[in-house]
Design a protein around this ligand. Structure first.
Ligand code: MG
Length: 211
């Protein structure tokens, strides 16, 4: 049984139960990227939310006994706040009434057996990046979806990639009728910089390699 078949068999049911916004094909692509890239160095995602992408990436990273840093302030992006399109009332802290996805994230990581693989960083992306110096083999950008947020994430983390490192960006919608344009704008900006070559696009997941 290959590692890929293995994760479907073992984790298929778990993956279906994790809250999140990631198609199975996109998750599979993240898993395969993590499997390759984590042999070269640490992997990092921005926007862990409830841990769906974290599990796909983490299962690949675990094969190499690597490490996946998962950055999220866990206070929710604009679209997760009460009254907004992607708000989930289950993620409000019952004591404070404030959005907090970290307990759900921790539950997911425990259930997937990834506690020795995933290092959560509960902080904003800019703060986490401020004194970061370790070259990264993979950066997955799936944090806030405003233009400012995606641009900040790109500026903070793309320079941390090692040569041969992979930059993956989620929620690319070439057709504005299908979704917000910020990730797609930044993705095209990265390509136009000449610093990256495009490996492939899987549904709304764009994958670039640092030259
Ligand atoms: Mg996304």
């Amino acid at each position: 049984m290959s590692a890929t078949e293995g994760f479907n068999e073992v984790f298929g049911d778990l993956l279906k139960e994790i809250k999140g916004f990631l198609a199975a094909e996109e998750g599979r692509a993240l898993y395969e990227l993590a499997l390759t890239q984590s042999s070269l160095g640490p992997c990092l995602e921005i926007g862990g939310y409830c841990g769906l992408s974290t599990v796909y990436l983490g299962l690949g990273v675990r094969e190499n006994r690597g490490v996946l840093f998962s950055i999220d302030h866990h206070q929710g992006s604009e679209e997760h706040q009460p009254g907004e399109e992607y708000h989930d009332p289950d993620l409000l802290d019952p004591r404070t009434g404030v959005f907090n996805s970290f307990p759900e994230f921790q539950k997911t990581i425990r259930r997937a057996g990834l506690e020795d693989t995933v290092a959560p960083i509960v902080a904003g992306s800019s703060l986490a990046a401020r004194q970061w110096t370790t070259p990264l083999a993979l950066v997955f950008i799936d944090g806030g979806h405003s233009y400012e947020a995606v641009l900040n994430d790109y500026r903070a983390w793309a320079p941390q990639l090692m040569p041969g490192g992979v930059l993956a960006v989620h929620d690319l919608f070439p057709d504005p009728a299908q979704g917000g344009q910020a990730p797609y704008t930044i993705y095209r900006m990265a390509l136009a910089s000449g610093l990256f070559e495009e490996l492939k696009i899987v549904e709304t997941l764009g994958i670039l390699k640092r030259l």
